[in-house]
Design a protein around this ligand. Structure first.
Ligand SMILES: [Zn+2]
Length: 668
């Protein structure tokens, strides 16, 4: 008997466990398998755990060929780390995981979507190990991630419970990632959820001697230096082209400034912009880790004047811009034939996007972005009646991705844990054939761990978990005390918060349209239920289509708050108090609309009650926003991210209190 076998048998004898390596795997019941699989995210497409083998963790060997791709080496390294450290050599009595690139077992994977990221895991022929195969290194990396999640879930006191399982898995969407914020400080976190893509705005400059440079500073640079270690593709961004004034281009080439155009707006008929963009593209393309660059087209052109030179006048300026980008790309590829390009649209290009797409070579990947349509929390589908050209482009073979917010509202940070919101969005994107996501998870990832993980979940496996199943599995992974109750809470509050924020409440008050709520009420101009001005300005009832729905959400918010109290997790308690405060205010506003209008008050008692309920709701939210921020796991500094929302709620409350006062109603 070898020493190893002796040790295992000794352990079996002491613990009463019935299995060890070298013996047949123990059975795993269906319910136990389900519980184990909760630890995976995203849920693999096909996974069946048929047994388990318990072994000392240091007797699990992970085998890769010595000359394997760095990402495969990383896959093995992470798996060993998940098992608690460096492995022994394994051996005849140990448990061996092999990571194999290619081979006949990998053939079937070629039929999978995004096949280079697909993988299979099968029990080894001798039943004391697992065999992982993939077509590409990324596939093996994701096989490792799945095993890491399962192994970590049941590692105790140096003993590993190894699943015996069959998995076939592949992602629905090719590129799953984030842009901006602090995501490059969380690359491992992203990769652990099989996210594989990141973008940061780079600094692109030209000095007075016409020397060009490109730069990503500080924490952003980590995307390039560390992203590839974790299978994350780093893509530097050349910022929206009307915002490059700081690049020095107008000092070197004054005639690049558009004629009689707003400051910073470029003349895209000037060939120097082609040369400049091409230089920046090449500089980035020479970075070994950079395979693609993303050029963001001009945005914020509302009220701005484009170039009025004789070559630009009368032309579609977005088309001229796209043409210049296409020329720059062609020029850059003379030096770097393999360089890839992505182009991001904007609200300024929206009307011209069909023509923009015609200007761009078919291999250029297209990110759909629009500051009002994709930074939007409404329940209305994002790729809708205004974007048939995107569907046409996808059908024509173009790679199209999208840049949506994953948080309540961009620019005003508030709590929104909403599985239903993310599930709805990601299923829309996958269902419509989009190939990529760059979510905006800001201002810090710790403000939106749940929604970001949900985005990773459903961009990989859109039809896998239901919203409830995801919330339940999230709670299990987080170690929350009552995962079922968390799932109950998530199901309720996720729907309430989607309707609240989907109706642009309260942040829509910052916009000029449709106006301040107190003014609208005073003038009898409160929008009807379900009304969304110009399809984008939904405050205050845009996603509340019926009175029944509004009253139901009002009741559900109270129920959600009760569940949050029972959960005993401060983060969700404060979130619930904020969202319920908003919901109460929306309900109160609706009721006020019945008794207050241009002709004054028709029922003073009711008006008094609902004015008070409105300001009380806002007060509740205002008080619990800072408390929510303080409880967020991962918060590292005492920065105050919610202040803008707190200030807005104060203003809204003051406006409504003044209106009530003018009507002879004093509020507490
Ligand atoms: Zn011009």
């Amino acid at each position: 008997m070898t020493a190893l076998r002796y040790l295992i048998l000794l352990a079996v004898g002491m613990n009463g466990l019935s299995v060890s390596a070298g013996l047949p795997p123990a059975a795993v019941s269906d319910s136990d398998a389900r519980a184990w699989i909760h630890h995976t995210t995203p849920l693999p497409k096909e996974i069946r755990i048929t047994g388990q083998v318990e072994v000392p963790a240091d007797q699990v060997a992970v085998r890769v060929s010595n000359d394997a791709d760095p990402l495969i080496q990383q896959a093995a390294k992470e798996l060993r780390e998940a098992l608690g450290g460096p492995e022994s050599a394994g051996g005849a009595d140990g448990f061996t995981i092999t990571l194999q690139l290619g081979g006949s077992e990998a053939e079937k994977l070629k039929q999978c979507k995004n096949a280079d990221q697909a993988y299979r895991i099968e029990p080894a022929a001798n039943r004391t190990g697992l065999h992982c195969v993939a077509i590409g290194p990324r596939g093996l990396y994701y096989a490792s991630k799945t095993l890491q999640q399962l192994v970590k879930a049941r590692l105790r006191d140096g003993r590993a419970v190894m699943p015996v399982l069959r998995v076939t898995d592949w992602p629905d969407m090719a590129d799953r990632g984030l842009w901006g914020g602090d995501h490059s400080l969380h690359l491992r976190w992203m990769s652990d959820r099989k996210m594989n893509y990141g973008e940061h705005i780079s600094s692109c400059r030209i000095d007075k001697d016409k020397r060009c440079s490109v730069h990503l500073g500080d924490y952003k640079r980590r995307l390039i230096d560390e992203g590839p270690i974790y299978g994350i593709q780093p893509v530097p961004v050349i910022l929206h082209l009307e915002q490059l004034k700081g690049s020095g281009m107008f000092e070197v080439y004054p005639d690049l400034q558009g004629k009689d155009a707003t400051d910073g707006v470029i003349c895209f008929s000037n060939p120097k912009i082609v040369d400049l963009l091409a230089e920046w593209l090449v500089l980035w393309g020479k970075e070994p880790a950079v395979a693609e660059v993303d050029i963001w087209m001009s945005e914020n052109m509302y009220g701005k004047q484009g170039c009025q030179c004789e070559r630009c006048t009368g032309q579609d300026l977005s088309v001229l811009e796209a043409r210049a980008i296409a020329k720059a790309y062609a020029k850059a590829r003379q030096q770097l034939p393999a360089l890839g390009l992505r182009v991001l649209s904007s609200e300024a290009t929206e009307q011209s996007n069909p023509q923009v797409l015609k200007e761009l070579p078919p291999e250029v990947k297209f990110w759909y972005y629009h500051s009002l349509f994709t930074y939007n929390t409404s329940r209305t589908p994002m790729i809708g009646k205004f974007q048939p050209y995107l569907i046409d482009a996808i059908k024509g073979g173009r790679w199209v991705g999208v840049c949506p917010n994953l948080v309540a509202y961009v620019g005003m940070w508030q709590p929104m844990t909403s599985a239903t919101f993310i599930h709805g969005r990601m299923n829309e994107f996958v269902g419509k054939g989009l190939s990529g996501l760059i979510g905006y998870a800001v201002p810090r990832l710790y403000c939106c761990w749940f929604n970001t993980e949900a985005a990773a979940e459903w961009t990989w496996n859109a039809q896998g978990r239901t919203t409830r199943e995801f919330a339940l599995s999230y709670a299990v992974r987080q170690g929350y005390p009552d995962p079922e109750k968390f799932a109950d809470w998530s199901e309720i509050m996720g729907e309430v918060s989607w309707d609240v924020y989907g109706s642009s409440f309260p942040a829509g008050e910052l916009r000029d349209q449709p106006g301040k709520l107190a003014d609208l009420l005073r003038n009898g101009k409160l929008p009807e239920l379900g009304y969304v001005l110009w399809d984008v300005y939904g405050i205050p009832f845009g996603d509340f289509k019926t009175e029944e729905q509004l009253n139901r959400r009002f009741d559900e918010a109270a129920r959600g708050l009760q569940l949050a109290k029972e959960l005993g997790l401060d983060e969700y308690l404060h979130e619930s108090l904020v969202v319920q405060g908003y919901m109460n205010a929306i309900k109160a506003l609706y009721e006020l609309g019945r008794v207050v209008g241009a002709d004054g008050v028709t029922d003073k008692a009711a008006a008094t009650r609902w004015f008070q309920a409105y300001v009380d709701g806002l007060k509740q939210a205002r008080e619990h926003l800072p408390a929510w921020e303080k409880t967020l796991p991962g918060k590292r500094s005492d920065e105050n991210l919610v202040q803008r929302a707190v200030d807005l709620l104060g203003d809204m409350s003051a406006g409504m209190t003044a209106l009530a006062g003018g009507l002879g109603i004093e509020l507490k």
